[in-house]
Design a protein around this ligand. Sequence first.
Ligand SMILES: Cc1cc2nc3c(=O)[nH]c(=O)nc-3n(C[C@H](O)[C@H](O)[C@H](O)COP(=O)(O)O)c2cc1C
Length: 423
Amino acid sequence: MASVENKRALGAPFYTPEQSPPAGTAIDPATAPTLYQPLKIRDMTLQNRFAVSPMCQYSADDGHHTDWHFSHLSQFIIHGAALTIVEATAVLANGRITPEDSGLWKDSQIAPLKRIVDFAHSQGQKIGIQLGHAGRKASTLAPWLQSGGKHGIVASKEHGGWSDNVWAPSAIPIAEDDYAMPKEMTTDDIKELLQAFKDAARRAVEAGFDTIEIHGAHGYLITNFMSPITNHRTDNYGGSFENRTRLLFETIAAVREVIPASMPLLLRISATEWMEYADQPSWTLEESIKLAKLLPAAGIDLLDVSSGGNNDAQKIKIHPYYQIDLAAKIREELKKDGIDLLLGAVGMISNAEMAYSIVQEGKHEANGFSTEEGHTSKADIVLMARQFLREPEFPLRVAHQLGVEVKWPIQYHRAGWRKNQKI
Ligand SMILES: Cc1cc2nc3c(=O)[nH]c(=O)nc-3n(C[C@H](O)[C@H](O)[C@H](O)COP(=O)(O)O)c2cc1C
């Protein structure tokens, strides 16, 4: 009898069978739609274009991940998402949104993160972490403790909060009653923050992450600096576009300094704060386009385009492509100038049609789905949050709908739908 070997996953600190190729890989990528074609970003190769968008779980223990985080993240890893990005993780304790946020401000927080990183790698999948600071949105209660869908009920000291030490570029609260009154950061605070980003990035590398995403979106600290509505500083961190984006560029440089050149660096921004209607200077799509053009030289490989979150008074005209179109516009403007920057689209992506057409480059036909000659992609990857919570096997189901044969996790191979099976 020929010898049979049940190969173990190389480098895994526990026995698990090798997934070769990893779940979510097209059996024939050459004929597959762009959605199932690989993408190389520096030394990280994704086997498809699905990424799990970072999702706060407000479930950490003094910033340490627990079995909840492991279970939550492992579902996406098992089911073929090429990249899973760990939730917003605070670089300083006062950079948490809630007392139960994920953190990487001390070395003891590395080990539980390394556990999920090792697991992702044992499955042949890639994993990143979003590093950030909550700025003036810090020290609030977990969302499920807030009534009527309201956000931002202050976590006081008795709830483990630090409402007397909330940082912002200027002492402007989000709302008088519900959020803490932030302190205007001194230049020493800014230095401390940059050092914290550096230390957290070093810890992320030690945990084995494949990539880092800097959180520059949703009204957290970096957005607070970028917006003229929340940044009234008169020093060289406020005023002009150059000054308002200084903290962001210094953060990028601090992180790049401590991560390997082979490691991709991602940035999430809010492409607009949806305050154009208010007839006052605000962070707009035009400023995002200007920013995007400067990012490759600064060391950013992929721009993840989100929006909003900096003002309670934002007005958004929501439709399924309201955010995807922002990514597409930035991409179009970059192309005009011949600037190479990968784009990530996020927001309301919940079906095969959207995921397929957003990343499809050129004409393609697949199982009733098609794009025309000259069709241009709006982004290089699709990030999803809520759909992955509803349906962790989304990349496998979409493949079936598009008629693309993909690898399943080998332990689950008997569960794959039959060709043309209606689901
Ligand atoms: C439970 C939950 C937690 C989230 N936490 C984060 C986060 O940590 N960082 C972030 O940038 N966005 C966060 N978001 C926003 C998502 O990453 C995503 O941008 C948004 O939900 C829109 O995508 P979707 O329509 O696919 O859900 C969160 C969203 C949800 C639903």
